[in-house]
Design a protein around this ligand. Structure first.
Ligand SMILES: Cc1ncc(COP(=O)(O)O)c(C=O)c1O
Length: 412
């Protein structure tokens, strides 16, 4: 069955999330399919940042830490984010980057599960996750070993020496999602904790951290959560573990009484002990507006629309780009897929550059993956239709062969 533009327009007119697109600034003539890398700009961000800079910083100066509750931002934003990932408000806090938060939580977990020595992960985990865990292994010099195995080997590699199973929920290359509940249960059966990196799923689907009995989680603020470039990241620790976990970056913001200026570290209660240094107020203010774009939004509906957008893209691409040499890298089964579709092609980089010039923004991951992300709050069905049509025309006209599309930029 061919799907016509008019069919997509009809789907948009029945879309109960359609109103959310108005919460974003999106440039004319651009189809943005890269919200999985950097979320679009919320309309509220600029006026809010102007207010925070002009009034709170400019007029209130240092009094803002109390008067405008700058000091409460990590916990306040955590509480706002919590329902999007199925957590309680006091189980989430916003701070630092995903990489740093992984270091803190993984170190805390291995200490908690000592004398178990193994951190288990998969080879295809996001590189920063692998690198941070390798750094921890090196620092602990033999006390901890990182086991990297293939995805299919994960469950059988869980044993009574594993302290922590550390995985990313949505694969950054293929969009494949793990069964978080099943793997968490398997980790628990082996006596290990489970830590999930939700960077590619938070804000794109309904996640049930408490419902799935997850121990620890981390994730980016700048992707589907729309927090802006380099936005602070989040951490989740299940309430049952909070008192027992001690993280090694014991900075003053994680102290029980930072303004007592005591000479001994005494960790704060709850999630505050996961903090390290002073919150980046301007970046936090932008993320707060990103999180507001989810006000009143049902995450189950977000997931339904994300699946529908992905299916539409695949169906259209399978018809219009059938002879273009693409291989679908994402699972065909939508239950095993996050909110992105990845296509492999040996000329993927140049094809993506040519497509971007035609106004369709996705991205490329070496060696050969074109990624198309669907942020359900602002992506329309007609956007998917237009994107595939332009992709088909780039392929049919071999536009990507032009030399200028082959020069690699630093960020792909
Ligand atoms: C799964 C995953 N984890 C972590 C990161 C990056 O973390 P950071 O914000 O520390 O650079 C990314 C970035 O794309 C990611 O995809």
């Amino acid at each position: 069955m061919t799907i016509a533009y008019a069919d997509c327009a009809a789907m948009d007119s029945h879309d109960t999330l359609a109103h959310a697109r108005g919460r974003f600034f999106l440039p004319d003539n651009v189809i943005y399919l890269d919200g999985n890398s950097l979320g679009a700009l919320p309309r509220g961000a600029l006026p809010h940042l102007v207010h925070v800079v002009d009034r709170e910083w400019g007029d209130d100066l240092i009094r803002s830490w109390n008067k405008n509750d700058w000091i409460g931002m990590p916990a306040r934003l955590g509480a706002r984010l919590a329902p999007l990932i199925g957590a309680a408000p006091d189980e989430v806090i916003v701070a630092d980057s995903t990489s740093v938060n992984l270091f803190k939580l993984a170190a805390a977990a291995v200490r908690f599960r000592s004398p178990r020595r193994v951190i288990l992960t998969e080879h295809s985990n996001f590189p920063t996750d692998l690198y941070v865990l390798q750094g921890l292994e090196e620092m602990l010099d033999g006390a901890v070993t990182l086991h990297m195995v293939a995805r299919e080997e994960l469950e059988k590699s869980l044993n009574d020496d594993v302290a922590l199973l550390a995985l990313t929920h949505g694969d950054f290359r293929t969009g494949e999602i793990h069964d978080m509940r099943r793997l968490t249960e398997a980790a628990h059966a082996a006596g290990a904790l489970a830590l999930w990196d939700l960077s590619h799923s938070a804000g794109a689907m309904d996640i049930l951290l408490d419902g799935d009995d997850v121990d620890l989680a981390i994730g980016c603020g700048y992707k589907y959560l729309n927090g802006g470039p380099g936005a602070p990241a989040f951490m989740f620790v299940a309430r049952r573990h909070q008192a027992a976990l001690r993280q090694p970056l014991s900075g003053w913001m994680g102290h029980a009484a930072p303004f007592d200026f005591a000479d001994r570290y005494d960790p704060a209660g709850g999630m505050a002990r996961m903090l390290c240094g002073t919150p980046p107020v301007l970046s936090m203010a932008a993320l707060e507006e990103g999180l507001k774009t989810f006000d009143g939004i049902d995450m189950a509906r977000v997931r339904q629309k994300s699946v529908a957008l992905g299916e539409l893209f695949l169906n259209l691409a399978e018809t219009s780009c059938a002879d273009s040499g693409f291989v679908i890298a994402s699972p065909r089964d939508s239950h095993r897929r996050g909110s992105q579709i990845s296509l492999r092609h040996p000329e993927g980089y140049a094809i993506m550059q040519a497509l971007i010039e035609q106004g369709v923004i996705g991205d490329f991951r070496a060696p050969d993956i074109l990624r198309f992300g669907f942020a359900p709050l602002y992506t329309r069905y007609v956007d998917v239709w237009n994107a595939v049509e332009r992709l088909a025309s780039v392929m049919a006209g071999e536009v990507w062969r032009q030399v200028r599309f082959h020069a690699r930029a630093m960020v792909t």
